[in-house]
Design a protein around this ligand. Structure first.
Ligand code: URA
Length: 234
């Protein structure tokens, strides 16, 4: 791919703007040599204003989503993309969230521009466990774990029962719930179905990838090792 297209696709600007960056000598190699739009240079050797070029297409990153941010790009309020470099929103292929977390849910959110990878992570066929920690308004009544594990729980306005889910009662009002699918507001609706209410909800793990102390609002790029970890059993 031509350098000009590569850099424009990474969200640095339109082709016209990137052409102007070349003319201004802002695009160099690792030794500070000015590059031209038709040069062939390995991605890792390209610098923009002395800074390494953003990662190429095939990007996967994890974000610790704080409460109060939505995953939609159309929301007028705070959105998860506000926590990333503004350029990332302009990338082509588009950087999408892997599934969604509600505005009031915090925790591990993945984003990728790789459609096949996204599909593999969210597909119920992959059985990738997603672990949620929930604080409940009322004590568990005692039969929830069995019901959630049964594979028979039918949520309102759904046509298929939920896949079996694992509930661990850490305290009477604090639970860890492991799901292998991601239906709309699933955790909140599961507890509503048993007469309870989720006061706070946090996703702590997807597959073999824990949030692992990443502070709220922070993100990091996942490398090949992280990807294998993601798909490995926790
Ligand atoms: N279940 C919910 O209810 N909300 C989320 O954000 C994720 C799972």
């Amino acid at each position: 791919m031509k350098l000009i297209k590569l850099i424009a696709n990474l969200g640095y600007g339109s082709r016209k703007q990137v052409a102007a960056m070349f003319r201004a000598g802002m695009v160099t190699d690792a030794h500070g040599e000015v590059l031209y739009a038709d040069d062939q240079v390995p991605h890792e050797d390209i610098r923009i204003d002395g800074e390494p070029l953003d990662p190429p297409a095939g990007l996967l990153l994890m974000l610790h989503k704080p409460v109060g941010y939505t995953c939609s790009t159309k929301d007028a309020g705070r959105i998860v993309y506000d926590l990333l470099p503004p350029r990332f929103r302009l990338r082509s292929p588009v950087l999408s969230t892997v599934g969604r977390l509600d505005r009031d849910t915090s925790g591990l959110l993945l984003l990728t521009d790789d459609g096949a990878l996204l599909h593999r992570i969210v597909s119920p066929k992959t059985h990738l466990p997603k672990v949620y920690e929930a604080t409940l308004a009322q004590d568990l009544r005692g039969d929830e774990a069995q019901l959630f594990a049964s594979g028979t729980l039918m949520l309102e306005s759904e046509k298929e029962p939920l896949a079996p889910a694992h509930l661990e009662a850490v305290e009477p009002r604090f639970v860890r719930l492991t799901l292998t699918e991601g239906r709309y507001h699933q955790v909140r609706r599961m507890f509503a179905a048993v007469g309870n209410h989720v006061l706070s909800l946090h996703r702590s793990r997807i597959g073999g990838m824990p949030l692992n102390g990443l502070p709220a609002g922070q993100w990091r790029i996942l490398d090949d090792g992280d990807r294998s970890r993601l798909f490995a059993a926790p």
